[in-house]
Design a protein around this ligand. Structure first.
Ligand SMILES: NC(=O)C1=CN([C@@H]2O[C@H](COP(=O)(O)OP(=O)(O)OC[C@H]3O[C@@H](n4cnc5c(N)ncnc54)[C@H](O)[C@@H]3O)[C@@H](O)[C@H]2O)C=CC1
Ligand SMILES: NCC(=O)COP(=O)(O)O
Length: 340
């Protein structure tokens, strides 16, 4: 595990969910697991209450991101900036959306200013954020918009969601949209742009010299020559052809039902799915505890546990911090270019 004196910035996430629990648990396990330093942008009172509720001894040290490296071994570094947040684990309707959003924005600003090497986001309740005026489907799109603004890009960024586990990496080409909208929003250009970003980031961030990408079909049997749907033939196959002409090692459209068994997984590095559940189901089935949600296509590194707020477990001590720990390790490795 590479060490760097610049820490990872961790967002508060949904305060009534398990984000605070898993971050506190990870900090407690820092020495046993050899974890790299991180700090949280969150309400210190919330964290203190949750630690008490969980029976964890976690001294909290308020400060700035620059203090985190020195502080981390003895206390959990916290950068405040949110209003006080009541500790109401499991209360799905607690309204804290604005604090959740400002924590994310603060962490991204920290990376932009060189105060953090990466952002690790804790799970959010998307519906709660919509109530607070959040207009993005999830972190992925919001982080793209924040990056465009802070890094002053002159054209829109395309942030790409990847779920990465030890045995499978997947990317959904369309993300948080209704299933009925998938055939409408799935275009050749979207697949091509996504494929380019995946190939580039697997090379540049993950150190794969020639990444192999497998592209799923949309329909059963990848359309069976157009008899079970035409998108595979008319949209996906032409996109694959363009990517191949650009020298990217890409195959497809491939029937998705036979793409995720152990032997098939040996034939590619990353599978591109046409919709969320097509690829997140196999990814989370294989590695729910240690899968990581990592956003490609950004000018900075963002990782996240692959799970959600798990309200039923918040404050009970039953949440597993493993995916948080995997996300922290990945953020540190990817945030240290050249460490691979
Ligand atoms: N990155 C993010 O911000 C994400 C946010 N969400 C949000 O989370 C909320 C709840 O979504 P769900 O579909 O219920 O998914 P979920 O991942 O919160 O829970 C699914 C199941 O897994 C269990 N689980 C989740 N994390 C666990 C952990 N660390 N240890 C042990 N068990 C764990 C839960 O108890 C539940 O049985 C929604 O509002 C959704 O939008 C969901 C996925 C990712
Ligand atoms: N299903 C994955 C998920 O909901 C995470 O989305 P995001 O908040 O990382 O965009």
């Amino acid at each position: 595990m590479p060490q760097n004196k610049t820490p990872v910035a961790v967002t508060m996430g949904e305060p009534a969910g398990i984000g605070p629990d898993i971050a506190l648990m990870a900090w407690v396990a820092r020495k046993d697991l050899g974890l790299p330093p991180f700090y949280m942008r969150a309400d210190p009172g919330l964290l203190a209450h949750r630690a008490h509720r969980l029976g964890l001894t976690v001294p909290i040290q308020l400060g700035e991101p620059e203090d985190a490296y020195k502080t981390f071994s003895k206390s959990l570094p916290v950068v405040s900036g949110t209003a006080p947040v009541e500790d109401r684990p499991g209360d799905e309707i607690a309204t804290t959306g604005q604090d959740v959003i400002s924590s994310i924005e603060g962490c991204v600003r920290d990376v932009h200013e060189g105060r953090a090497i990466a952002v690790l986001t804790n799970p959010i309740n998307k519906a709660n954020l919509y109530e607070a005026g959040f207009s993005y489907p999830g972190h992925t799109e919001y982080l793209g918009a924040l990056a465009e603004k802070l890094w002053a890009f002159d054209k829109p960024l395309r942030p790409v969601m990847m779920i990465a586990g030890p045995d499978l990496m997947v990317v959904p080409v369309t993300i948080h949209i209704a299933l009925k909208d998938v055939p409408v929003q799935l275009t050749r250009d979207l697949i091509v742009e996504t494929g380019r970003i995946v190939a580039r980031d697997l090379r540049e961030r993950f150190g794969l010299a020639e990444p192999r990408i497998a592209v799923c079909g949309l329909n059963p049997h990848a359309g069976e020559n157009g008899t079970m749907g035409t998108e595979d033939r008319d949209i996906i196959a032409p996109a694959v052809e363009i990517l191949q002409q650009e020298g990217i090692d890409v195959s497809g459209p491939l029937p998705a039902d036979t793409l995720f068994h152990a032997r098939a997984r040996q034939t590619y590095d990353c599978a591109l799915g046409m919709y969320h559940d097509q690829v997140l189901v196999p990814a989370k089935t294989l590695a729910f505890d240690d899968g990581v949600n990592v956003t490609l296509g950004l000018p900075f590194v963002r990782t996240s546990p692959d799970h959600g707020t798990a309200y039923g477990l918040a404050g009970t001590g039953k949440a597993k911090p493993d995916s948080f720990v995997a996300a922290l390790r990945m953020a540190t490795v990817l945030g240290n270019p050249g460490a691979l």
